[in-house]
Ligand binder design. Sequence first.
Ligand SMILES: [Zn+2]
Length: 280
Amino acid sequence: MLGARVVITLVLRVRAFRTECGDWSGAASARRLLMPARETEAIILKTFPLGEADRLVSFFGRSSGRMRGVAAGARRVKNRYGSTLEILSHVQIWYVEKETRDLVRIQQADLLESFHKAQSDYGLSTGLAVVSEISELILPEHEVSEPMFRLILLVVREVERTGDWSLPLSYFAFWTVRLGGWLPRFDRCVACDAALGVKSAFFGAQQPGLYCENCKRAGMKPMHAGARNLAERFTGERLDRIVDEEPMKASAKELREAALGWIEVHLERQLKTRGLLETT
Ligand SMILES: [Zn+2]
């Protein structure tokens, strides 16, 4: 008898609560509670402090594309995310989509692969910052891109493995331009169509192509045949099989500078992190 009375009281209380809130919000919150967590392999692109304790996280999901989410409590000293939200970490991430906002709620992140050496070294982290900034600006939201996912992962692995960003970053910039479809011809002058052969080509800020000696403009920098050969190797060989020898450094730099310039032309803005490279 006593048990039955308790049940009745509870039912009345629940009814009163639902009337207060109205049926609409009751139904909406029930739907939200029922919404299942999604899961994807992801690369952390960037995080920003949010309020006192949280972090806003931009991540590139292998099966979700680029997304933004809130990691609640991630700024607290003791938090459940640990080092998983470091820049360019390779993680498995669980998140819940909300109906009313663009931000998802990040429930959990597990580290799949650690890039601790690259993330904690200032010199190496400048290379990672460039990869992060370009990816953040280039990748459209919610759009899956398997080639870009593999490219970023490969490049960060190589920075970690070799302890040097020079060749990996050249490879990243070159392939980003190539995948984006903005790669100019490497064998002919963009202005007069003359064959470049083994002669130097020239590139400049705000200019999307390679120029010959006759057409080059003031302030343009040379890209020697070696750098164009390296681009050829980048298209045909795996990055981890290309041995970074000393003479290649100059070629890698020329190719990287040109490709970063073409990325800036496409984005119609200057990369903030690019200047950091000169300081390391
Ligand atoms: Zn020309």
